[in-house]
Ligand binder design. Structure first.
Ligand SMILES: *[C@@H]1O[C@H](CO)[C@@H](O)[C@H](O)[C@H]1NC(C)=O
Ligand SMILES: *[C@@H]1O[C@H](CO)[C@@H](O)[C@H](O)[C@H]1NC(C)=O
Ligand SMILES: *[C@@H]1O[C@H](CO)[C@@H](O)[C@H](O)[C@H]1NC(C)=O
Ligand SMILES: *[C@@H]1O[C@H](CO)[C@@H](O)[C@H](O)[C@H]1NC(C)=O
Ligand SMILES: *[C@@H]1O[C@H](CO)[C@@H](O)[C@H](O)[C@H]1NC(C)=O
Ligand SMILES: *[C@@H]1O[C@H](CO)[C@@H](O)[C@H](O)[C@H]1NC(C)=O
Length: 528
């Protein structure tokens, strides 16, 4: 059944989840100041059923274009540098863009690209790298990319295939990768170092690791254990996570569930009380609820910690800019002092509240998630390119002659104008659409995608740009991160694509859960 075809379809699904459906004309979407527009869009959509397919196909075309540019120029290397048409290897020189693109090519059902990637992955030697390896980046991009591909192909739910040998190799290569990374966890506490050197099996000698880089391993490593039947991997990640779930000392948990950012590898203590949902902390909170979606029978304590953090976030971190009190952003904190600044990275927050609200049947989390989605939408529609900045602020002490008019109109000002091809705003539109059925979010995602395609496309790919609020995005930065393939393209596509088992559901029975790099992983637990 198409979720969005008819308003009545959304009604049924909403009720299945035990949530009250916002009635047409009600103020449920009132803080969006666009409830009527949403309803009209739904009616228009019913009258124009081919629009979604046209949009999905246009995203597929853009993905194919970028894939061809990368693969013909940089096969075996990590990234295409689109301006100079050269290659860059910041991700261990194992072909990051190919592994990160696999699950997107699969859900788009593009057989030729799937075959190219499946033929390539068995040739990677995960036991050696001449560069420093990030445990976090390697886990979320490579390990999750291969595990996702393995399940998507094994479940027989797609109209694309691979050879039995190539499908099996996705799992054996995942195990080979985890086996070469796992010495990172050899510390007195079991908390890993994030920077490691495979060839010498040594760490960078750091004494600390951060909240997100410790707390964004457990889904992937546990999944590897569940798929292989070898519990070692999940046990390593869960041991490290245990320090985050039982934070010490208590003064570095300044609000219930909201913790500091820096953790001692030698004793597991939190060393500060600085935090929030920004980069460095972000996906720790994201994975608390996703672990519960992954297996509600084993990870109830992760849910409890997410609820604690979510309640405190709504109570303490909700921030409405003085010039635009209709907007909602999340403040961060230094001890109990609030900082009115946020980031593009943080804009996954709306989607995460929507997911939590949907699976926990909590309308207040859903409403709060939609308010956050609306704030992040404002960061896109306020700029010249209609793409949002890397970092922004609504701290009134930083308002001066240069940004006063912009702040008054838009409720924030830009503190870093870069755009790195990040997905979080479109990602949250995706959750908003899948969970409410309101096609306004499809329109927002399409507008963002058209802007990204118009501004960042260059030669054979897409490039980060220097200034979202300058004509043509300022200048090209000559970088195309692999998450363009994994995330921007996938969420931009799936929001318009037909219903499928791997799509986010609002019936509380998600069969898949997306890791922080947008790789769908097969849920193993019973329905919640
Ligand atoms: C499945 O793929 C084949 C060949 O790639 C194509 O001809 C067919 O139309 C596809 N079917 C669906 C339902 O997409
Ligand atoms: C599980 O994996 C670890 C790491 O590769 C290995 O040392 C161990 O022997 C494996 N255990 C079993 C039961 O296969
Ligand atoms: C979270 O907030 C809800 C609604 O106010 C409340 O029912 C629940 O007890 C709170 N849970 C925790 C752990 O604070
Ligand atoms: C931060 O935002 C809050 C509104 O949520 C406001 O009350 C406070 O004055 C702001 N602080 C600064 C320094 O801008
Ligand atoms: C935070 O509070 C601790 C005491 O709990 C104090 O030692 C530290 O200096 C404070 N940090 C900042 C940045 O104010
Ligand atoms: C993306 O840009 C290309 C090249 O300008 C254009 O042909 C294509 O139609 C654009 N796609 C979208 C969705 O705007």
């Amino acid at each position: 059944m198409r979720l969005a075809s008819l308003y009545v379809a959304a009604t049924v699904l909403y009720h299945a989840c035990g949530l009250a459906l916002p009635q047409p004309g009600s103020t449920k979407f009132g803080y969006l100041a666009s409830g009527d527009r949403g309803i009209r869009a739904l009616q228009n959509r019913a009258a124009n059923p081919t629009l979604e397919q046209e949009r999905a196909n246009a995203v597929k075309d853009a993905f194919t274009f970028a894939w061809n540019g990368y693969f013909s120029n940089c096969k075996g290397q990590d990234e295409l540098e689109p301006v100079s048409n050269t290659c860059l290897n910041p991700r261990n020189n194992w072909g990051a863009s190919a592994v990160d693109a696999l699950s997107t090519a699969l859900v788009m059902e593009i057989q030729d690209i799937v075959t190219d990637i499946l033929d390539y992955i068995p040739t990677i030697d995960f036991t050696t790298s001449t560069t420093s390896v990030s445990l976090f980046e390697t886990t979320i991009r490579y390990l999750a990319g291969m595990l996702s591909g393995y399940s998507l192909l094994s479940e027989g739910i797609l109209n694309v295939t691979g050879s039995v040998a190539n499908i099996k190799a996705l799992l054996t290569q995942s195990q080979s990768l985890a086996d070469s990374l796992s010495f990172a966890f050899d510390s007195p506490t079991g908390i890993p170092s994030n920077s490691i050197y495979l060839n010498s099996r040594s760490t960078g000698g750091e004494s600390v690791n951060s909240l997100a880089t410790i707390g964004t391993l457990v889904l992937e490593w546990q999944h590897l254990s569940d798929l292989t039947g070898n519990g070692t991997y999940g046990a390593l990640a869960q041991k490290a996570e245990s320090y985050l779930l039982n934070p010490e000392p208590t003064y570095n948990e300044p609000f219930p569930g909201l913790v500091g950012s820096t953790i001692s590898i030698s004793n597991g203590a939190f060393l500060d009380a600085t935090g929030g949902w920004n980069g460095g902390d972000d996906s720790f909170y994201e994975y608390l609820i996703k672990m519960y979606v992954y297996d509600s029978s084993r990870f109830g304590i992760y849910r409890d910690r997410w609820i604690l953090a979510a309640n405190s976030t709504m109570k303490y971190l909700t921030s409405n800019p003085s010039s635009r009190p209709d907007l909602t952003f999340l403040a961060s904190y230094v001890n109990t002092t609030f900082v009115n600044a946020s980031q593009h990275l943080t804009c996954f927050d709306g989607g995460n509240f929507l997911l939590g609200g949907s699976v926990l049947k909590r309308q207040d989390y859903i409403d709060f998630g939609l308010a956050l989605v609306n704030g992040c939408h404002d960061t896109y529609t306020s700029t010249l390119t209609r793409i949002g900045p890397e970092a922004f602020s609504w701290d009134t002490t930083g308002v001066d002659a240069s940004n006063q008019a912009f702040y008054n109109a838009n409720g924030f000002y830009i503190t870093n104008a870069f755009y790195d091809l990040r997905p979080e705003v479109i990602e949250s539109y995706y959750y908003a659409y899948r969970i409410t059925g309101n096609t306004m979010y499809q329109d927002w995602a399409w507008d963002a995608f058209v802007a990204i395609n118009a501004t960042t496309r260059v030669n054979n790919g897409f490039s980060a740009i220097s200034d979202v609020n300058a004509a043509h995005g300022g200048s090209f930065d000559n970088v195309q991160e692999s998450f363009l393939f994994a995330e921007v393209m996938k969420y931009s596509y799936l929001i318009h694509a037909p219903d499928a088992p791997f799509q986010v559901n609002n019936d509380c029975e998600n069969q898949w859960v997306f890791n922080t790099e947008a790789h769908p992983l097969k849920v193993v637990g019973p329905p919640i």
